[in-house]
Design a protein around this ligand. Sequence first.
Ligand SMILES: [Zn+2]
Length: 191
Amino acid sequence: MDKKAGSIEIVCGPMFAGKTEELIRRIRRLDYAKKKYLVFKPSIDKRYSNESEIVSHNLRTCQAILIDSSSEIEKYITSSINAVIIDEAQFFDDGLIKVVDNLADLGIRVIVGGLDRNFRGQPFGPMGNLLAIAENVTKLTAICVVCGEPATRTQRIINGKPALENDPLILVAAKESYEPRCRCHHEVPSK
Ligand SMILES: [Zn+2]
């Protein structure tokens, strides 16, 4: 069997940067090229949408397989699969790094979308390592709500104030919102 080269592509950035739109754009191109592909997203995302699809802000959608763990991906892979798309990759376990690397070694084009930074501005989940092993990285920006410059970070706001550095990533029963901000206007108070 001829060995074909796989690859890892990352589409990352803060919230509101159009990551899912970019993933769907790449998926449409796979459709036009008549490639076989699978789309995965973490089941944690059910908090935002009950549907097993990825939805961009302009409401373009694509069917996705919901999984709880990165270890579930490989059992869906057959020799006819050309590409694998993984959305919201920041919510996956660190096992995703090895899974993605293995898929690329099998000759599969792997496209990973996710937030590169958490609200503290630090690498989010497995994204830091995935960025290091990727062949191709697209960092998208949003627009800072304070100054209008490109935003590379996600500001987390809890009950109207910037979230504190030691606030847990998941807070039950708090009024939370998120906005895109630049490096200057991203606030992470420590107390
Ligand atoms: Zn700004």
